[in-house]
Structures are given as structure tokens and as C-alpha cells.
Design a protein around this ligand. Structure first.
Ligand code: EPZ
Length: 416
């Protein structure tokens, strides 16, 4: 278990280059099982979650070369029951299920793990696969699944908007017999990225990014090359870093059009936001942000993955701001840690009321999940004194070279 020593009172400013999107790269890696031809994937971030996904593919018999780009050849895989100890480590491992079923007609996987931010059921994934023709038996912590020949295309209305279930159903439908329509689909940019990747290999998916995705099943997928989109949550994290420290930042290699929900909210705090084709800048020099009200929602609403970071922003802003979490039922674990740094926050049901104070104080704080860790490290950067952030292993799951990037912006973080 790693920890960071973070020296406070820093202004975070300068240029930062955004890495590829974790939440696009993870499903895309598992989708390579859908083709027997070689696939090259560019802009995959170097993260522990990505290493686990690659180990999962290796455990099935894939050949992988990892240089600047990742070369994956799944032509010789023979195993359809990935090991428990890898599956348990990441939530994303559920996305291996539909490709394995398509490839082998059967699969056995354990329930996935992931950040402890709520119950995180998989019923919508399972329902979708059953509707497309899979037979599924759930036994304690294990999923036994099979299909006769191919998945059968169908109209599917997903009862609750789910990024994960949309991706699972889309991946099952690409090689299904006939047409599939996914209604009430999630619209996140990562879904568009997965669809673009599959289309690059020869799939016929239209409408990704809207709530109705249409998939014409094809007989086979080919090989191909694909570049993963940039990470919008990493971009948002760095914009918040400048906003809370009265800094000025330019995020490069990012897609402003995927960031409107975040930049729009940040401009309400008084930040000056500008953008170009693949960059966004935020200027908060010389002023303290104003508190804002924030409510997390499925895209194009404000992402739940930014909730902890907006909470931090409100804790040091002028005025009172309300943060409402509507996606996950247990995503306020970081608030106790912020209170230990002096923040004034009260929780009522799924809302946190933040009474802004000028300065946080250093302390020992404990990360509970990926985004909470990023937030606590940023809190340490602006607090008075030296903060020790424990359990920073969460951070390495989702932020490439985070310490180097923050230290380049003026932070003083030492890894222990
Ligand atoms: C993805 O999780 C992301 N994970 C999460 O990012 C992100 O917070 C989340 O989408 C929402 O944007 C990855 O991409 C690996 P959901 P996912 O299915 O797919 C309920 C991060 O920090 N639900 O959209 O698991 C669920 O409980 C991570 O990078 C069901 O009820 O999220 C939640 O309330 C954390 N049944 C809601 O739907 C299901 O079968 C949305 O979850 C599936 C989900």
C-alpha cells in the first residue's frame, strides 16, 4: 500500500498533456477477443487497471506486444474461464463476458471487483445478454453462460442508464444474427469510442452517443488500428487543480467537445475557460472560486467521476454549494477525509452541503477509491502544511504519471 507526502500551499499551473481514456481503453482491450486478426491500439494509458486487463487477455492465450502502442493477437486463445484473482480486481472485467461467449459459445467468469462506491450490480448486463439469447446461471460469485451458435439481434430497452450494460450489449450485438436496437442507452463519449473501434474492425454500429444505438450484426470482424480518445476525467481533474489553487493551466491532447458539462460548471465558479481544437485552458489567477450547486447525472450531465473533485472545489470556495450524487449510493466516503482537513460539510441523504472556507489544513487522509484519491492529493497540494495521503494505490489505477504531471505543474509530492 503506497502513500504520498504532499506539501501544501502550492499554485498548480502550466501545461499538461492528457493521456488516453481509461474507461475507453478497458472495454476496447476486451473487444479484441471478437476478432481472430491482429489489432493495434494506440494511446492506451499506462495504468494498473490496464495491466490487469492485459494480464487477463494473456491468461486466455493472447499474444501481446506492449511498446508505444499495444499489439494484440487473440487468434490462438483457447480459454474461456479467466482466473478469479484477475477478474476480481477490476469492474471492467465484466466486459470480457460477451466477447468470450461470442468466441466460444460459453464462458465462465467470476463477479467483477472495482472501486467500492456502491453495490454495483450486473443485472442489466446479464438481462441484456439473456435477451440476445444467452443462457446464464449465477452460482454464488460465478457466472456460467452459454449461447447456441450466435447471439440473436433484438430490441432491448435498458431499464436504467448504464455505461457498462450499454457496452456489454453492444459488444454482444456486433456479431449477432440480425438487427439489435439498444434503447435508453448511455451516451458517454467512451461508448462512442468503443463503437468507433468496433466499426474500424468492420462492425456496423450507428447512433452511439445517442440514447438509441442500432447495430446490424455482421459475420466476422477484421483486424485494424485504433487510437483511444483522451481521458475527460483526467482533463477535469487538472482543470480543478488550477481552479482550487488560483492557477492557470492548459490541458493539451484533449477533446473540448466532450468536456462541456464540466467546463460549463467550472465557468460558473468564476474561472475563465478557453479552448481550441484539442486544448482547454482555465484561468483562476488572483481570485477565489465561487461555490456552485452540482448534481451528477448520466452524460451529458455532470459525471459522477468528477463529484469528489467538485466537492473539494466547493470546500475552499466563497459561499455555500450543494453537491448531489445520483449515480452511486456510496460515493461520499471522501467527505470524512475532507472534514479531517478542516472542511465544513454536512451530508443529508444523497447531498453534501459545503460551507466554503479559505484554507484546508494538512492531516493524514485515507483514499477510498480512484477519484477520491486524486481529490485528496489535490487537497494536500493547497492545504496548509504537509498532508499524508494513504492508499494511493487507487490513484495508479486511473491516472497515468500523476505525480510527475502534478509536480511539473508546481506540486511537491513524494511517493513513499
Ligand atoms: C462506469 O462504471 C465507469 N467504469 C465508472 O468509472 C463511472 O463512474 C460509471 O461508468 C458512470 O459513468 C468504467 O468504465 C470501468 P454504470 P459502470 O453501469 O459501467 C447501476 C471511475 O472512477 N447499474 O453506468 O459500472 C449502477 O449501480 C469509474 O473511472 C445497475 O443497477 O457504471 C449505477 O447506479 C468508477 N445494474 C448506475 O447503474 C447494472 O447491471 C450506473 O452505473 C449496471 C449498473
Amino acid at each position: 500500500m503506497s502513500k504520498f507526502y504532499v506539501t501544501g500551499n502550492k499554485k498548480l499551473q502550466g501545461n499538461v498533456y492528457i493521456s488516453g481514456s481509461k474507461n475507453s481503453a478497458l472495454p476496447i482491450l476486451f473487444m479484441t477477443i471478437l476478432t481472430k486478426e491482429k489489432v493495434i491500439i494506440d494511446n492506451v494509458p499506462k495504468l494498473t487497471d490496464i495491466n490487469i486487463a492485459l494480464k487477463l487477455l494473456l491468461s486466455l492465450g493472447s499474444k501481446i506486444k506492449y511498446k508505444k502502442k499495444i499489439f494484440i493477437d487473440t487468434s490462438l486463445i483457447t480459454i474461456y474461464y479467466p482466473p478469479y484473482e484477475l477478474i476480481k480486481k477490476i469492474r471492467a472485467s465484466i466486459w470480457i463476458l460477451a466477447p468470450l461467449l461470442t468466441r466460444f459459445g460459453k464462458a465462465k467468469i467470476f463477479f467483477p471487483g472495482g472501486c467500492k462506491i456502491g453495490n454495483r450490480p450486473i443485472d442489466l448486463h446479464i438481462d441484456g445478454l439473456i435477451q440476445l439469447g444467452a443462457k446464464i446461471i449465477l452460482n454464488k460469485n460465478c457466472i456460467f453462460a452459454s449461447i447456441k451458435k450466435r447471439f440473436q439481434g433484438k430490441y432491448i430497452f435498458i431499464k436504467k442508464i448504464s455505461v457498462g450494460a450499454t457496452i456489454t450489449i453492444m459488444s454482444a450485438a456486433v456479431l449477432a444474427e440480425g438487427l439489435t436496437i439498444i434503447d435508453n442507452a448511455a451516451c458517454e463519449p467512451e461508448i462512442i469510442d468503443v463503437a468507433k473501434f468496433l466499426n474500424t474492425l468492420g462492425a456496423k454500429i450507428i447512433g452511439a452517443g445517442t440514447n438509441k444505438i442500432i447495430i446490424f450484426g455482421v459475420i466476422q470482424l477484421n483486424g485494424g488500428k485504433y487510437k483511444i480518445t483522451s481521458d475527460r476525467i483526467e482533463t477535469g481533474t487538472f482543470l480543478i487543480a488550477a481552479a482550487i489553487s488560483q492557477g492557470y493551466i492548459i490541458c493539451h491532447n484533449t477533446h473540448p467537445k466532450n468536456m462541456y458539462n464540466i467546463t460549463h460548471k467550472l465557468s460558473e465558479t468564476g474561472a475563465i475557460i478557453k479552448n481550441g481544437k484539442n486544448w482547454i485552458s482555465l484561468d483562476m489567477r488572483g481570485k477565489r472560486p465561487h461555490s456552485i450547486n452540482v448534481c451528477t447525472e448520466p452524460y451529458p450531465g455532470l459525471p459522477t467521476d468528477m463529484q469528489a473533485l467538485f466537492t473539494l472545489l466547493n470546500t475552499i470556495s466563497i459561499g455555500i454549494g450543494k453537491i448531489t450524487e445520483t449515480i452511486f449510493e456510496n460515493r461520499f466516503m471522501h467527505i470524512k477525509e475532507l472534514i479531517n482537513m478542516g472542511a465544513k460539510i454536512t451530508i443529508k441523504n444523497n447531498s453534501a452541503i459545503c460551507y466554503g472556507i479559505p484554507k484546508l489544513s494538512s492531516n493524514h487522509v485515507f483514499s477510498s477509491d480512484l477519484r477520491a484519491s486524486a481529490m485528496l492529493v489535490l487537497a494536500g497540494c493547497i492545504a496548509d502544511g504537509k498532508t499524508t495521503v494513504h492508499h494511493t494505490e487507487h490513484l495508479m489505477r486511473g491516472y497515468e504519471s500523476i505525480v510527475k504531471k502534478l509536480n511539473n505543474l508546481g506540486a511537491d509530492i513524494i511517493i513513499k
